[in-house]
Design a protein around this ligand. Structure first.
Ligand code: NAP
Ligand code: ZN
Length: 320
């Protein structure tokens, strides 16, 4: 049992609360999968966490534990479907209402294997967004080898994107931000980006043609993928993280030409979440946050949708 101190607001919370993903939201819905808090109690068989520990919970609270991805520590790809922190059916016996309820709350009970340790050195408030945004960027950056000598672009400098810039820079990659405008350019450079371009400027797509090894798209809306595929070098990969409501289309010519790949990636497994937190602590990385009270959530949602967030809203649960 965890006393929740802070809960980050992910754009996925908004997609879910507003029922934007094919009508799958179960109400009453309690969003929140960027949870940071303190262990309040443990069951008799729990050995990895003690009362008083600083801990986090991300997007998942359980999985089958037996399938190939689960055994590989990639519970997010559980073949029977991981139990997500909110909006997953679990039956009345487990949770009154029949589905999981998330972190916009003061306490949560989670299977010990799905609880990670927040290292000393990262504040619980700045750590909360790492539980989703952090690992969602860390995982593909590691998988596709972001590091020295690699040119990496991050599309969209919001909650996910700004953490991605910090992590990619700490991994040693040459980082470029592709944002709608140049309004956040100074911040981008502070976070570690060497280059910053506005996608509203058509010249950007001419200047950067064939330039990147890896492009990570964090945008929550539909983008013209062909424009971005053309920015990849031979064998480059465009990874989609943003989960817009409507399907995207692609000219296959832009994949064939340059043997390019179009890929996706979903959060990260529990071991990698711990690895990411340790990496962030070692490199002094936390999310840039604006702490709000519970009665400001509706306003915060509108500001996230309007790209008016610098760079993650975090709810102080003491205000609930
Ligand atoms: P966010 O804070 O709203 O950031 C998204 C950024 O995309 C904005 O800050 C903005 O950046 C850019 N953007 C927004 N609307 C745009 C438009 N119409 N055209 C071009 N750019 C636009 O959201 P987030 O919390 O980072 O989440 C981003 C997306 O990732 C959401 O769809 C969310 O559901 C999804 N997500 C996926 C995973 C996964 O595992 N794959 C995990 C978490 C979240 P600029 O102002 O810099 O242009
Ligand atoms: Zn999220």
């Amino acid at each position: 049992m965890i006393d929740i101190k802070y809960a980050g607001i992910c754009h996925s919370d908004i997609h879910t609360a507003r029922n934007e993903w094919g009508g799958g939201t179960k109400y009453p819905c309690v969003p929140g999968h960027e949870i940071a808090g303190i262990v309040a109690a443990v069951g008799s068989e729990v050995s990895g966490h003690r009362v008083g520990d600083r801990v986090g919970v991300g997007c998942m609270v359980d999985s089958c534990g037996e399938c190939e991805p689960c055994r590989a520590g990639e519970q997010q790809y559980c073949q029977r479907g991981a139990t997500m922190t909110y909006n997953t059916p679990v039956g009345e016996a487990v949770q009154p209402g029949g589905h999981t309820l998330g972190g916009y709350s003061t306490q949560v009970v989670v299977t010990d294997n799905f609880v990670v340790t927040i290292p000393e050195g990262i504040g619980l408030d700045a750590a909360a967004p790492l539980l989703c945004a952090g690992v969602t960027l860390f995982s593909p950056l590691r998988h596709w080898g972001a590091g020295p000598g690699k040119r990496v672009a991050i599309i969209g400098m919001g909650g996910l994107g700004h953490v991605g810039v910090k992590i990619a820079a700490a991994l040693g990659a040459e980082v470029t931000v592709l944002s709608q405008s140049l309004s956040k350019q100074d911040d981008g450079k502070l976070f570690g980006a060497q280059h910053y371009y506005a996608t509203a400027d058509k010249q950007t797509f001419k200047d950067l043609r064939g330039h990147f090894d890896l492009i990570i798209n964090t945008v929550s809306a539909n983008l013209p993928l062909d424009d971005y595929l053309r920015l990849l070098r031979v064998d480059g990969t465009l990874v989609l993280l943003g989960l817009p409501e409507k399907p995207l289309s692609v000219q296959t010519f832009n994949l064939a030409n340059g043997r390019r790949s179009l890929a996706g990636s979903m959060i990260g497994g529990i071991p990698q979440t711990q690895e990411m937190l340790n990496f962030c602590a070692e490199h002094g990385i936390g999310a840039e946050i604006e702490v709000i009270s519970a009665d400001q959530i509706d306003q915060a949602y509108d500001r996230v949708v309007a790209s008016d967030v610098r760079y993650r809203f975090v709810i102080d649960t003491a205000t609930m």
